[in-house]
Design a protein around this ligand. Structure first.
Ligand SMILES: O=C(O)C(=O)C[C@]1(C(=O)O)C=C[C@@H](O)C=C1
Length: 262
């Protein structure tokens, strides 16, 4: 009982926003790392591997993610409910002893999952925006960079479950009516803070500028007005957050809340 109380005070709007802010660093860094390589289309083309693998019709990126997740599952990555694999069927039991991660989510709502959506959006919409056309043959490092992007995006977006839990705990009465009525629009209104979204978008744009500039010694070049010098376009990062990352996080929040009374 005491433990439960301690846990429920641990999850606050302030603490979940702090987590999301730190995740911005991971996402921006991962996009910068992926942008180091050109598009490298064969990574995403199922015919590239042909029949060379036991997997049929698999793109290299999918093969890479499936196999890596299997290894990371053995090492215990998915014991932490913050982490969600893209291919859970391939994640067998952990070989490490269990760690007692805090159980802050409502059990019936914790399984909210938009991984398929993230996977498709990342490959079809995000990649073309952060990479240049071209092929430099570095397919394995490219797939490895994709995996890090996908994991960071998934962790951030699925953290919407924790954000929703914090908000629910802060004002259960406000949410209960909308949840019982299964009113998605009302829930969306309740959980939306427009000024916070603007702050997040502006901050990730700024982070893309700070993390993605060339660091030179001696003659300092001020490239603050020239976006072409950044390793990933800050305006694109702003757009990715506004068009996909935040909306998908909110989608997770709504779906979580809808199951919060189950
Ligand atoms: O910080 C919050 O309140 C969140 O719910 C997170 C988030 C976001 O994705 O950054 C989503 C919805 C809100 O309108 C503001 C921000």
């Amino acid at each position: 009982r005491r433990l439960q109380e301690e846990e429920s005070t641990a999850l606050t709007l302030e603490s979940v926003r702090k987590f999301l802010t730190r995740e911005e660093d991971s996402i921006v860094f991962s996009l910068i790392e992926r942008a180091k390589y050109p598009r490298n289309a064969p990574v995403y083309d199922p015919s590239y591997l042909g029949s060379a693998t036991k997997f049929h019709n698999l793109s290299l990126v999918e093969l890479f993610v499936r196999e890596t997740e299997a290894v990371q599952a053995k090492a215990g990555r998915y014991q932490n409910p913050v982490e969600i694999p893209f291919f859970p069927k391939d994640t067998t039991l952990a070989l490490v002893p269990p760690y007692n991660f805090p159980n802050e989510l409502h059990a019936a709502a914790a399984s909210v999952n938009v991984s398929n959506n993230i996977w498709r959006k990342y490959l079809d919409e995000w990649l073309p925006q952060i990479t240049s056309q071209g092929d430099d043959g570095n397919y394995a490092p490219t797939a490895a960079a994709d995996l890090v992007c996908l994991q960071a995006l998934s962790r951030r977006i699925h953290y919407g479950r924790y954000v929703a839990e914090a908000k629910y705990r802060g004002a259960p009465q406000d949410y209960n009516t909308a949840i019982r009525a299964k009113d998605r629009d009302a829930l969306m209104k309740l959980l939306t803070f427009k000024s916070q979204e603007d702050a997040v978008k502006t901050r990730v744009e700024e982070k893309a500028k700070v993390f993605g500039q060339d660091v030179t010694l001696g003659n300092r070049v001020d490239n603050s007005s020239d976006t072409t010098n950044y390793k990933v376009d800050p305006v694109v990062v702003y757009g990715l957050y506004g068009d996909w990352v935040i909306p998908m996080t909110k989608m997770v929040e709504v779906e979580y809340l809808l199951r919060r009374l189950d």
